[in-house]
Design a protein around this ligand. Structure first.
Ligand SMILES: [Zn+2]
Length: 140
């Protein structure tokens, strides 16, 4: 069965995501795009997020890709929001219900190739850009 959320065949997306995280943590060349892998994957699997969380992650992906803010800066910004009580919503959801219904994504995690760190980083960036473009067309 294809993934009901991102549309990946045989629901291979979850397996691939776990493999990629392992690769990013054990191989310095693959690590620099970790923030993109996680954000793009979460946006395509909205059942893991609350509605506010999905909108927040979409904004974060835009900050990474369009405004070129470094991951450490965004993490700090987020921590400050939580600490100051300005962010009161939860990002993650455990109810298993998708926030959005869209399985017509331009790219999925299965489009990312891993044969070298260079190819991997370029492919993750391209996938994340496609996710942002698709996500920005979704009204929720
Ligand atoms: Zn999926």
């Amino acid at each position: 069965m294809d993934c009901p959320e991102c549309g990946a065949p045989e629901t291979l997306c979850q397996t691939r995501f776990d493999e990629f995280l392992a690769l990013e943590f054990t191989n310095a060349g693959y690590g620099p795009v970790h923030h993109l892998t996680v954000t793009a994957y979460m946006l395509q699997h909205s059942s893991k997020l609350t509605r506010e969380g999905w909108l927040y992650e979409r904004g974060v992906l835009r900050e990474f890709l369009v405004e070129n803010k470094p991951p450490a800066f965004i993490r700090k910004q987020n921590r400050d929001l939580v600490d100051s009580g300005k962010r009161t919503f939860k990002i993650k959801s455990r109810n298993g219900l998708p926030v959005i219904y869209n399985s017509t994504w331009t790219k999925t995690i299965l489009d990312v190739r891993t044969e070298s760190a260079e190819v991997y980083c370029a492919n993750v960036s391209a996938w994340a850009r496609a996710v942002l473009e698709d996500a920005e067309k979704i009204k929720i």
